[in-house]
Design a protein around this ligand. Sequence first.
Ligand code: FES
Length: 115
Amino acid sequence: MAAARGAVTANQGVLATDREGKQHAVALRSGQSLMRTLKYDGGLDIDAICGGNAICGTCHIYVDADWYDRLPEPEDLEAELLDQLVFTTATSRLACQVRGGPDIAGLRVTLAPQE
Ligand code: FES
């Protein structure tokens, strides 16, 4: 597993699996979106074309089933976009709409395929 900046363990931050199957443990920042954490702190390949406004879908992630119900429910805009994506599953989220913080330490996600 490749630890990104600052030797974070999976239980302290988010453990993200990239599209090649490589795992990255990235520290969470309170109030910062998971998209920004994964893209800018973790260096994961997320285009984030819309800048985190739930419009582009390029930050699509799969949340581990054990974690999905522990996150706040998607709001309408996010749910509508997820409905339009090809690779959406029952545990899909837009990383730009999930806020980081200690309450989600240990979260596990996987980047969805690019559409
Ligand atoms: Fe565009 Fe999340 S960054 S939908």
